[in-house]
Each structure stands twice: as C-alpha cells, then as structure tokens.
Write a protein that binds this ligand. Structure first.
Ligand code: HEM
Length: 492
C-alpha cells in the first residue's frame, strides 16, 4: 500500500514537473516565433542563471544582455527564469512606452495580494488603472514646493542627528570607520519618522524600533519583487507596527488638538475631507516611509562614496556651499548648480531603482527611425533598464566616470539627456516618481550638512567599484562602503 502511495506521489510530481518544463520550453520559443532578438534562454534559468544562483544581481544579468543587443533593435527578449520580458534599449521606444502610448502601458507588473498585504498594495507604485490614478492624485499635493518648504525646517533639524553622531564618534576615536549605508539610512529614518509620526526615532541608537521596522519593510518589498506568488510579503510584526504607530499619532493629535505642518497632518486632512479609511491613511504612511527611507538614503550614500573618491569634486562643492553661509534656505538648496550636478551624476551612475516596468494592455505597433515595425502584444511586459541606459556609451561619454561637469549649466544641465530619455533616474511619463523634489530635498540637505562639517574619505577597506548585492531589489551595494570623516576645520 505504502509503495503505491509513494509511487503515486512520485508520478504526480514527475507529471507536474514535465508539464511545467514543456510549457516553459514552448514559452522560450515565443520570442523567436515573433522574430524578437535576444539571448538564448537555458532551462530553468532563462537568462538569469547568475542572479538565480545568487552569483550577481539581476541588474548585471540584464546588463550583460543589454551590451550585446543595445544596437540590435528597440528592445530584446529576455527571460527571468520562465517569465518573458522585453528590455527596452532604444530611447525612442522608452518614450513610446512611458509617454506617447502611456494609455496602453499604464501599469507596473508587481504582484501584491491586497487582502494579504493591504499596506503594500495601497502604494501608487503597485496599483493599477483608475485605482492607481486616484491614489496618485491623493499623494502628489503633499509634495508641492510650498508644502515641502513648510517641512524643510524639520528635515534640516533631523539631519543634524547625523552630524551630531559623526562628531561624537570621531571625537571619541578619530580613526573610526563608518558603514555608509547604515548611517545614511539611520538619518533618513529619523527624518521620515518625524515627518510622519512626530517622534524622535532615535535611529542612531542601536535598539531603535523605527530603524528595525524600516529594515523589515525593505525585506517585505524585496519579497514582493522576488516572487510573483500572491502570498503575504510584509512581515506581520512590521505591518502591525505601522498600523499602531500611525493610528496612535493620529489619536494623540486629535485628542490634544495638535497642529503641525507635516505629512501626517495632510493624510489626516484627506481622512477628514475626502473620507479615506484608516487603512488608506496607514497605507500612505507606509508608502512615504519606504520611499523617504530607502531611496533617499541610497542616493546619499552613493554621493558620499563618490565625493570620497573625488576630493576635487568634494572641495568644489564645499566652496559652493560655504558661500551660502550657515543658513541654507529652501530656495537656495535647489539653486546651487554644482550641488545639483553632483546629485544628478550620482543618480545616473547609481539609480536607486534599477528598472521601470510597464505592462502592455492593448496590441500596438512601434515604428523605429529606420521605418521598421515592431509589434508589442497585450500582456507583454517591458522593462526600462535605467542602470544600463544611463551607462550606455552611446549616450554618455566615458560612462563609468563620475563627472558632474557633464551637466554644466552652459550645456543645459540634465535637460538634453532627459529630453532624449537617457537620463531617467526618476522614471518618465505620468508614472514618473512623484517624490522628485522630496528626494532632492532630503538628499541635498544631508549632503550640504556633511560637506559643510566634514571632509569625507572612502576607507581603503572598501572594494573598488562596489557592486549591487545579489539579493537586493534597490540599488544597494552588497560590498559595504566604508567612510571616514575629518572635521573640516582641522584642515585649515
Ligand atoms: C532620490 C530619490 C528617488 C528616486 C531616484 C526615485 C525613483 C523612482 C522611480 C524610478 C520610480 C518608478 C517610476 C516609473 O515607473 O516611471 C518611482 C516611483 C515612485 N516614487 Fe520615487 N524615487 C525617489 C524618492 C521618492 C520619494 C522621497 C518618494 C515619496 C516620499 C517617492 C515616491 C514614489 C512613488 C509613490 C512612486 C510610484 C509612482 C507611480 O507609480 O505612479 N519616491 N520613484
């Protein structure tokens, strides 16, 4: 009896495996049948053997193929295991998908089960069609220049925690080595927690619960991207933390009639005037926490790395900042040309999100500049490989060099590159990142304060050209970046 049972289970598994393999192998032929060029997939990895085995990040699997196919049509076919994607290589095709034919490419392709993950599912990033539009419309008014100017003093105030921390540590030990990502994330954690929950997150203390939950949130997002299975991605403890923290802050403000000009105040306004639910309010808080925590900290740590590597750039930036005296106004923060060039060049080399994605909802034809026609079918998923496009030698001379001078104001800054859709760290079109100014403000505030106070060095224990970690979704280096700081005045 036992023998028959084992044989039955074995045969069932074998049949499912064979069926799955057959379907995958047929699927691997699909691009060839449609005359779409691309690297040959191998079962069961597709074109992502190295990233599947944890040898390198998906960014590099895509980039390896991008290098081979970047001049062979507007896009190429690529399999992430058994899932097919079209990787965009031609900037005209990028504009076509993100702007010109946006109505046929409105949605991203992340899979979140709204019942299991109600908070992650409420981000505009993951919503589709009208639900996306309405959530995005709720999000954008809080990021207008006037609103951001209102919260800028808080951002400056909390960024000071980073400066105080570095000062304390180097006073105790002037050879101290800092993990760049760690200190930058603790800094954004303090800022965003204050703007959302009116709390001092004490992120520079080892047992900060806000910092721990921020890291938990990143794990949830990583799970969401790695797997298309509709099971729960965000750890329950993290979800409960955001629900309790947000609702406790709301209650305190309501009971004590506290008025504050910050993000939570705006979400409470939405609840009162537009009737959004408590869960919607917590969803907004989670979206802002995630984006204000991770993306901005990644950009900051990459800028510090590049400044440490390029002391001439750092000194030039310091001189620009010092000219403004001690009190950097909100307006000035956005007006400093060299600061902007440094920021934009770091975003080119290290975009925190390596891909933008769009799902085709209706068959459509793309005609390239040679009048060749390409069919994109309903259900096709297009990836715009921001990392690869922004390092393409056809678009940027010496593309691997950190060179803020390429955006000199007399050359038009980033405008000519953005117009060609080859400098696109915030994505493009109606789904472009709504947090552009917010991210600018967070990152530039931190850079101004650090450069004003310290000379930044990359410690020699940092590997040359650190690479994105194999398991990361965001552009976070797997090899740590270690920094050293010296008081600016010591050098005079
Ligand atoms: C410098 C930092 C940042 C960078 C480089 C960045 C980059 C991006 C990119 C590439 C996308 C995808 C765009 C597309 O599909 O075309 C995106 C989407 C988004 N970002 Fe950002 N982001 C940053 C900071 C922020 C901040 C601070 C917030 C909010 C506090 C934010 C909120 C969002 C939202 C809500 C979306 C989804 C938009 C939609 O699908 O409609 N981002 N971001």
């Amino acid at each position: 009896m036992l023998f028959f049972f084992i044989a039955f289970v074995f045969l069932t598994f074998l049949s499912v495996f064979l069926l799955f393999s057959f379907i995958t192998l047929v699927r691997y032929q699909s691009f060839r049948k449609r005359k779409i060029v691309g690297p040959k997939p191998e079962f069961p990895f597709g074109n992502t053997r190295k990233s599947t085995l944890g040898i390198q990040n998906l960014i590099y699997d895509v980039d390896d193929s991008y290098q081979l196919y970047r001049n062979k049509g507007p896009f190429f076919g690529f399999f992430s295991n058994f899932r097919p994607f079209l990787i965009a290589t031609d900037p005209e095709f990028i504009k076509f998908v993100t702007m010109k034919e946006f109505n046929k490419f409105r949605n991203n392709n992340t899979v979140i089960n709204p019942t299991k993950d109600p908070l992650l599912a409420r981000s505009p990033f993951r919503l589709k069609d009208d639900a996306w539009k309405s959530k995005r419309n709720e999000t954008t008014p809080v990021m207008t220049p006037i609103k951001l100017k209102g919260i800028y003093p808080l951002v400056r105030d909390k960024t000071q925690h980073l400066i105080d921390y570095i000062k304390r540590e180097i006073e105790a030990d002037d050879t101290k080595i800092f993990d760049a990502r760690n200190i930058c994330t603790r800094c954004t954690c303090d800022t965003i927690s204050s703007l959302l929950f009116d709390v001092d997150a004490k992120s520079f203390e080892t047992d900060s619960i806000y910092y721990k939950m921020g890291e938990g949130l990143i794990r949830g997002v990583r799970n969401a991207v790695k797997s298309s299975m509709p099971f729960k991605k965000l750890p329950k403890q993290v979800e409960n933390f955001f629900k309790t923290t947000a609702m406790t802050s709301v209650k305190q403000r309501e009971e004590n009639k506290i008025e504050r000009s910050d993000l939570l105040a705006y979400f409470m306004y939405l609840k009162e005037r537009k009737g959004i639910s408590d869960l919607d309010l917590v969803g907004h808080c989670t979206t802002f926490f995630l984006d204000g925590y991770e993306t901005s900290s990644l950009v900051t740590h990459h800028i510090l790395y590049e400044l440490g590597k390029h002391q001439d750039v750092q000194q030039k930036l310091r001189e620009e900042i010092q000219q403004e005296g001690d009190d950097m106004s909100y307006e000035k923060l956005f007006e400093l040309p060299y600061l902007d060039q440094v920021f934009n060049e770091a975003l080119r080399l290290h975009p925190p999100l390596p891909f933008a994605t769009r799902v085709c909802s209706e068959d459509v034809e793309f005609i390239d500049k040679h009048d060749h026609k390409f069919e994109i079918k309903k259900g096709d998923v297009v990836w715009v490989p921001l990392h690869s496009v922004q390092r393409d030698p056809d678009h940027f001379s010496s593309p691997l060099e950190f060179d803020p001078e390429r955006y000199n104001p007399e050359n038009g800054g980033t405008k000519p590159y953005a117009e060609q859709a080859v400098w696109i760290p915030f994505g493009e079109g109606p789904r472009k990142c709504p947090g552009v100014k917010f991210g600018n403000m967070q990152v530039k505030t931190a850079i101004v304060e650090v450069v004003k106070n310290f000379i930044v060095f990359v410690d020699e224990s940092t590997v040359d050209s650190p690479r994105v970690g194999p398991k990361e979704y965001f552009n976070a280096t797997g090899d740590k970046i270690y920094l050293k700081f010296k008081n600016v005045n010591e050098n005079i």
